[in-house]
Design a protein around this ligand. Structure first.
Ligand code: SF4
Length: 385
């Protein structure tokens, strides 16, 4: 290829990545505006100990975080709810959410509820059977969560199909909802979700039961509750707030997350795209191979990158390092000024990820023995009174 052609190709590739970064940068502020949510900056400025996720703008928005902050400051009870569906082992995107939950737990007072939604996994078709999703929960996901260091006295994990109390709570909540409201909030078109009534029941009632469960009398009654969510899950919080008011509960608050990019550069890290995710069960060697192949925000020419810098906003390697390992924002400037090139940056990421995985996996056998200490078993009887 002649040098002029190569120069043109390098420039076009860089411009394409810059354009992607601009779209990425405007997406989240646009969503805050659309949904009437607040930027996290003010909370970071006035809170003496914000999480790194908040400081780095990874947790970028919120609604009513002040209500939870007040409970934290006054040593009053508050709760955090964050669940996931067990369609695959946890990956680094999930780990970030659990790290933030740990930060919440360290602020004192918080009871953390972690529903593992194998019913959802099954009804939306992500698992061939409820049994498979249940097995994934107990053999893989729950031990990984425990190994991250949660306090068993303040952490309540449950698998939906085993903690069937949640379905009674869902029935209680369903009386406060209408199908029209559900369809409106989720933007459903009266076709796709009605093919599967289980999906409507799950999304319309069980999910909301999980969000509101900490406010039932069995857990001490109404209290500030915070839900860390991706911006796409905001409709659940809207619905939950509406029902909370009807039940005399405190409308749940939310903090909003930016998704961790997948290694393939094609959207968020996800178990459904091959090569997109690093799973917490990947051997360090597999993780290394995946990182070596990862897409980056760098240029296809090292000289060009030295001159123009990289584009960290769209770089999954940058995401992994900032979400999980960096303590300050120096990486951003090293990348943007071209002082750091992708080869060296990836090598550092490989070391960080391999060390973390090896340490995490060493803790799993012990975590497996402690599952029962974390399982929620509280009967919910107040709804029958
Ligand atoms: Fe990404 Fe690192 Fe390359 Fe910057 S130097 S684009 S952060 S891999």
């Amino acid at each position: 290829m002649d040098p002029e052609q190569i120069k043109k190709m390098v420039e076009e590739d860089y411009q394409k990545k810059l354009e992607l970064a601009r779209t990425e940068e405007s997406y989240y502020p646009g969503k805050l505006q659309e949904f009437g949510l607040k930027n996290i900056d003010r909370f970071v400025k006035y809170n003496p100990n914000p999480s790194n996720y908040m400081k780095f703008g990874i947790t970028f928005g919120h609604k009513d975080l002040e209500v939870v902050a007040e409970a934290m400051a006054n040593n009053e009870p508050w709760a955090v709810v964050s669940g996931l569906n067990p369609s695959s082992p946890l990956h680094l995107g999930h780990k970030a959410v659990f790290d933030e939950l740990l930060w919440f737990q360290e602020q004192g007072g918080a009871d953390i509820f972690i529903p593992i939604t194998n019913d959802e996994t099954y009804v939306v078709g992500k698992s061939e059977s409820l049994a498979n999703a249940r097995k994934m929960a107990y053999e893989n996901i729950i031990p990984s969560i425990i190994a991250m260091g949660f306090n068993p006295e303040k952490t309540h994990i449950y698998v939906d199909s085993d903690y069937t109390e949640i379905y009674n709570v869902a029935m209680d909540i369903s009386r406060k909802l209408t199908l029209n409201k559900l369809f409106g909030v989720f933007g459903w078109d009266h076709k796709e979700p009605t093919e599967n009534p289980g999906k409507v029941f799950y999304m319309g009632a069980v999910q909301l039961a999980q969000i509101l469960l900490p406010q039932y009398p069995e857990f001490g009654g109404p209290k500030p509750t915070i839900i860390p969510v991706g911006i796409d899950q905001h409709p659940y919080i809207l619905l939950a707030r509406d029902i909370a008011e009807k039940k005399g509960f405190i409308p749940p608050a939310e903090v909003n997350w930016k998704f961790l990019a997948g290694l393939d550069g094609k959207g968020k890290m996800s178990s459904s795209r091959d090569g997109s995710a690093i799973f917490l069960t990947d051997t360090p060697e597999i993780a290394e191979k995946k990182l070596k192949k990862a897409y980056t925000g760098g240029s296809i020419s090292g000289d060009y990158q030295k001159e123009h810098g990289g584009i960290p906003e769209i770089c999954p390697v940058y995401g992994i390092r900032m979400y999980h390992f960096e303590k300050d924002k120096n990486l951003e400037s090293a990348c943007k000024t071209g002082k750091l090139l992708c080869g060296a940056c990836k090598q550092e990421a490989i070391t960080q990820v391999k060390d973390w995985l090896a340490d995490h996996q060493r803790k799993l056998p012990d975590a497996k023995k402690r599952i029962d200490d974390f399982l929620l078993k509280t009967p919910i009887r107040s709804i029958f009174e």
